[in-house]
Ligand binder design. Sequence first.
Ligand code: G3D
Ligand code: MG
Length: 208
Amino acid sequence: MDIAFFLSNSSAKLYYLQAGVQELYLPMKDLTVALVGDGSSGKSSIIRTLTEDGSFSTVYAQTIGCDFHERRIKIRENLVSLRVWDIGGQSIHSKNIKQYVYAAQAIFLVYDVTNQESFMNLDDWLSALMKNGVKKENVYLVGNKIDMVDQRVVEEARHRTFVEENGLREGFFMSAKTADKLLVAFVTVAGQICGIDLTDAELEAYSK
Ligand code: G3D
Ligand code: MG
């Protein structure tokens, strides 16, 4: 079975199971986000936190060897089907990377702000993404584990310089452990994909 058909079909079924009657009439937009970055930077934890409220599904896509997750977010009068891919333990050189990033409108390039090496390896991750046809303007830098204030070794200024020098779309900080600033990052990207310019006050409502 074609993977795209399988995913969209299973997504539709879940939608009807989970959505309230009112939501059935909202326009639905799809947003696919792929998480990449060093092992232990917190990719799986980010997804776990994102889906903690249970409004969620997980499908293991055997064909490309990574997990597919989904969460619906209501943004103004739009319902966004947020589909998140977890690369699992695959390495930067994996042949599967191409299939994995292929369908994504947004790539979250994740590093751990307490781990210098995970930041140094961003160049390699970015080249791997470019080699696989990803556009830099679709890449968002994510500095995770900001709750570990005392162990932090990558300062905000270096994060911002990396975003600017590499022409990435935007940078986010978050903590998968405390959920601080996590949902708002996904909502920001969802707003951009939907062409909705969310105000600071609206974004604040999604901040923790
Ligand atoms: P990965 O999927 O990128 O490989 P994981 O990373 O999500 O498996 O996380 C690796 C370890 O970092 C886990 O700890 C996890 O609990 C921890 N972690 C992830 N995000 C955060 C965060 O925001 N803050 C803190 N303090 N820890 C985080 P273990 O001990 O299970 O290996
Ligand atoms: Mg993982």
